[in-house]
Design a protein around this ligand. Sequence first.
Ligand code: SAM
Length: 193
Amino acid sequence: MIEDIKEEALQKGVPIIKDEGLAFLLNFIVQHDCQDILELGTAVAYSAIMMANLNEKITVDTIEKDEKLYKEALKNISDAGLNDRITVHFMPIEEFSTDKKYDLIFVDAAKAQYGKYLEQFLDNLKEDGYMLFDNMIFHGLIYEVETISSRNLRNLVSKINKFRDMVQKDERFDIMMNDNVGDGVWVLTRRRK
Ligand SMILES: C[S@@+](CC[C@H](N)C(=O)[O-])C[C@H]1O[C@@H](n2cnc3c(N)ncnc32)[C@H](O)[C@@H]1O
């Protein structure tokens, strides 16, 4: 069933997490016993369902602004019998606000906004919580910005590079940089004082 969701997403060109990044994410959740998860960027709920399926203690709040994808996500979650543990918030991430604290915030939406998302959701991270960012090498394009002819794409990739530099200098965080996993997966935690 989950394989059908994946195949359909790939056929329709809906971006979903790569196998290697997903394996890392799921393993990370198990290793660190993450139970309360916030996901930025639902698409068709492929990664949300995979996370929730790990064990029954896991709940996922996930945010999606595209109505077609949101409806598809609701259907897939219902078919998977996960209505009680996955909540999809149909809205722009920028408008989402909650007092809830999470063990893990999985950031998989607008790459140009990663810096903003970090600040927006930092207060929603438990003291020992993790923020995990996918697409940190953006198909390898971060290594060859000068060769990109499309101006929009070049700007986007430059923003990812800026975010990479910025978080590495930010003394609030410890970072696990996994550029060789999937599309580049970085994990941030608060530095202990
Ligand atoms: C890479 S996809 C998510 C894939 C999903 N996590 C998975 O692996 O199955 C990113 C999604 O984020 C959504 N998105 C991008 N910017 C957003 C925003 N500002 N607010 C809400 N959703 C956004 C897009 O519509 C897209 O569906």
